[in-house]
Design a protein around this ligand. Structure first.
Ligand code: COA
Length: 370
């Protein structure tokens, strides 16, 4: 079977999540995304994905303490981060940070994968914010904080103060929603790298590279760039209609697998609405809603998780260029589950292509070439 973009191709089995299957909600290891977003913390979801089960009280306590203990950055990594310019994209910073950590704390055996995953879940936020403050103000921040959650830790380091409960929980829910999504492009990339028996950090760095593009994780940044161009809904509608007329793609809309809606979108949309109510940029929410309406009326295309994540993150005071890196902090858990699963499969991923190039031809000497 041949399909552009491998659309509709079943490329393997997985026990980790199910996306867009008839009659089934998006779920992680059998648990509905709606239940996880309503009742879990990101730490519980990370444990579920990496260790295969929801933690009990004792396991969660120990896991949270383990993550808190893994936040520091080795000196060699700090030196590397300090070399990266302020205008570097934070996704490039994270990709570099993961590579550097892979040199300093190399995976010596596949048995270590879960420990390396916990290290990244705990320290990716530290890397990102350490670089951000150093590059922009020359300040070397402490990467420890009194916040016990990954979400709270990130916001505390970024803003230099404890976040509000709403911002902390919005971030926590967002990390849950972004954690896992079956054979998407970045996860599949990580699985391809893994299938060559390569190491954990290479598979994660490759996943970050795939996630960076605007057709995948980078869409949340592009969605923000779109909505912040407008101050009211009518203005947004007019420009959106013009964009559609010009056949431009609207980032944060559409999906390869879902047909009518992305079940994650309504959950983050609620957070966007809630946070808009205490913001001086409240108008971004009605602007977003109008864009959603025009997209549905005109194209029957719905918002994916990235669209309302943009305004929700903005309301949490997060710089736009950090939106996709936040996706990394979350998705590293899903990538890890897939890396471990792919190692169990143990088969090199290597498809073939139909050749459509020139017919066999005589080799020309260099003097006769045009
Ligand atoms: N804005 C405008 N039109 C869109 C669109 C969007 N966001 N998404 C899809 N379409 C249209 C395409 O123009 C195409 O129309 P056509 O058949 O008239 O040419 C049709 O819908 C099919 O789109 P296509 O890009 O071929 O579908 P796909 O399955 O390959 O792509 C995405 C899926 C996600 C890449 C695509 O919807 C997209 O580019 N979305 C924007 C980026 C984004 O938000 N990515 C995050 C995904 S979670």
């Amino acid at each position: 079977m041949k399909a552009a973009g491998l659309a509709g191709v079943i490329a393997g089995d997985t026990v980790i999540s199910t996306v867009g299957k008839e009659g089934l909600d998006l779920n992680y290891r059998g648990y509905s995304i709606r239940d996880l977003a309503a009742h879990s913390t990101f730490e519980e979801v990370a444990y579920l994905l990496i260790y295969g089960k929801l933690p009990n009280v004792e396991e969660l306590k120990a896991y949270t303490a383990k993550l808190v203990s893994l936040r520091s950055l080795p000196d060699g990594l700090k030196v590397t981060l300090e070399q990266l310019p302020a205008n570097a994209h934070p996704m490039d910073v994270l990709r570099t940070g993961v590579s550097a950590l892979g040199c300093l704390e190399t995976e010596n055996s596949f048995e270590e994968a879960r420990d390396h995953a916990d290290r990244l879940v705990a320290s990716l936020g530290s890397m990102l914010v350490y670089w951000y403050h150093f590059a922009n103000s020359g300040k070397r921040i402490e990467v420890e904080s009194s916040e016990s959650s990954v979400a709270g830790h990130f916001l505390d380091l970024l803003h230099g103060e404890a976040p509000s409960e709403d911002h902390r929980r919005c971030m926590d829910v967002s990390l849950i929603l972004y954690a896992e999504h079956e054979f998407n492009a970045s996860t599949f990339t990580s699985r391809v790298v893994t299938s060559t028996l390569s190491d954990y950090h290479s598979a994660i760095a490759a996943g970050i590279g795939a996630l960076r593009g605007p057709l995948h994780g980078g869409a949340n940044e592009k969605a923000m760039e779109l909505i912040e161009r407008f101050t009211d809904a009518d203005e947004a509608e007019k420009e959106l209609r013009d964009m559609l007329e010009r056949k431009e793609k609207i980032m944060g809309f559409g999906h390869r697998v879902y047909r009518d809606s992305d079940p994650r979108s309504d959950i983050i949309k609620e957070w966007s609405l809630k946070l808009s109510q205490n913001s001086d940029k409240a108008f971004l929410y009605p602007v977003s809603e109008r864009i959603e309406k025009v997209m549905w009326d005109e194209k029957h295309i719905f918002p994916n998780l990235d669209f309302y994540s943009a305004s929700a993150y903005h309301y949490c005071g997060i710089p736009t260029a950090m939106f996709t890196p936040l996706f990394v902090i979350s998705r590293v858990t899903g990538w890890t589950a897939h890396i471990i699963e792919e190692r169990g499969v143990g088969k090199l991923i290597r498809p073939t292509a139909d050749y459509t190039g020139p017919s066999p031809q005589a080799y020309p000497s260099i003097e006769t070439r045009s």
